[in-house]
Design a binder for this molecule. Structure first.
Ligand code: UT7
Length: 330
């Protein structure tokens, strides 16, 4: 019998209505549309407004849409993995809140935190439960409400991030499609360059931590950029090498959307010269952290054909990075 693999049998995204444009950011910080566009590729991002709405609000919308389009009942779901850096609360897990809201009464769930590589880690993890034959329907969510941890007076970070969520349904297949291979990496020394210092057990929230603005993302952009360019490009290239793939074999690169220049460097290392083979939506969503890759798959879903070879790759806080080789289709 052929090997059981985890196929993505549906994908759905959700971005909130409010659009924060570069022009509006010009009124908040000393920046301009030309700088943001040329240095990052971002034109606008979506922001979740509304009292008491967290990442689960967007995740629920994405999962409800996913269940509708795949004709799946909530009670059929075995497992929900919610990849997020901005959970609704420290606990309980956002995955549990989503399960309760959608009526996934038979599912267990947990959150997975790997910053911008979260969805890759979640997809690799979820696929293991399918490959072993243990479970038949696994939902992997990637979503973040980055606006909840961004200082809109810090031009080094506020121009980059946005809010959004995407979700995929994983089901077993013996067709040869599905997740083929993955490489996941991490290096905790990256903490110095990208972190939110307070709010965890090391520095719980106090008046002082709030006044020192330590509940916001701190990023040494230039350093992160340097590590991101090298590592994302190398890991994407490595997974191609390991699977004997050339650029001609790749239908799409599905890159984390942090900076158009990092994406271009990754494509160049892979030998991808056709820009139509690079999924890109950074201009309209910015960097939604765990949300970028499922939102790309959602946006490009109608163009994807059964058997298409996709390389998913990301780099982010931790540091964390990785790549997944996926054959599209059931
Ligand atoms: O997804 C998680 C992982 N994160 C990433 O992958 C992000 C990686 N880093 C980046 O994408 C880029 O480093 C940024 C977009 C964050 C910044 O771009 P950069 O080209 O690395 O700029 P920089 O920080 O080296 O700053 C260059 C100049 C500086 O001015 P001086 O010192 O040359 O006069 C900055 O002060 O640009 C200035 N600058 C800005 N100017 C206008 C920094 N931010 C802005 C801004 N608007 N928003």
């Amino acid at each position: 019998m052929s090997k059981i693999r985890a196929a993505i049998t549906g994908v759905q995204g959700y971005v909130p209505d409010y659009i924060l444009t570069n022009e509006e950011l010009e009124k908040l910080v000393d920046t301009n549309d030309e700088w943001i566009t040329s240095r990052t590729g971002i034109k606008e991002r979506h922001i979740l407004k509304g009292e008491g709405l967290g990442t689960s609000f967007m995740a629920v919308k994405a999962v409800q849409g996913l269940l509708d389009k795949t004709n799946t009942k909530a009670e059929e779901i075995d497992l929900i993995i919610c990849c997020t850096t901005t959970p609704d609360m420290v606990f309980p897990a956002t995955a549990n809140l989503v399960a309760a809201e959608i009526g996934a009464t038979q599912a267990f769930g947990y959150d997975l935190q790997a910053a911008c590589s979260g969805f890759l880690y979640g997809l690799a993890t979820g696929s293991q439960f399918i490959e072993t034959g243990r479970y038949k329907k696994v939902v992997v969510i990637g979503g973040d409400k980055m606006s909840s941890i961004i200082n809109y007076q810090d031009r080094a970070t506020c121009i980059i991030f946005g809010d959004g969520a995407g979700a995929v349904l994983l089901e077993p297949t013996t067709s040869g499609n599905g997740v083929q291979d993955f490489i996941l990496k991490s290096d905790g020394k990256g903490e110095a360059y990208l972190r939110m210092k307070a709010g965890g057990s090391r520095y719980p929230a106090t008046l002082e931590t709030v006044q020192a603005k330590e509940h916001y993302v701190f990023q040494d952009g230039a350093m992160v950029f340097k590590f991101a360019v090298t590592n994302m490009a190398e890991v994407a290239y490595s997974i191609m090498q390991r699977n004997n793939l050339t650029a001609d074999d790749i239908a799409y690169l599905v890159p984390h959307q942090a900076n158009k220049r990092i994406i271009d460097a990754t494509a160049a290392r892979m030998g991808l010269t056709d820009e139509n083979k690079i999924m890109l939506n950074i201009h309209k969503y910015g960097n939604t952290t765990s949300g970028t890759i499922p939102l790309c798959l959602w946006d490009y879903e109608s163009k994807l054909k059964t058997g298409d070879n996709l390389i998913l790759t990301a780099f982010g806080g931790g540091f964390t990075w990785g790549a997944i080789y996926l054959k599209w289709g059931k």
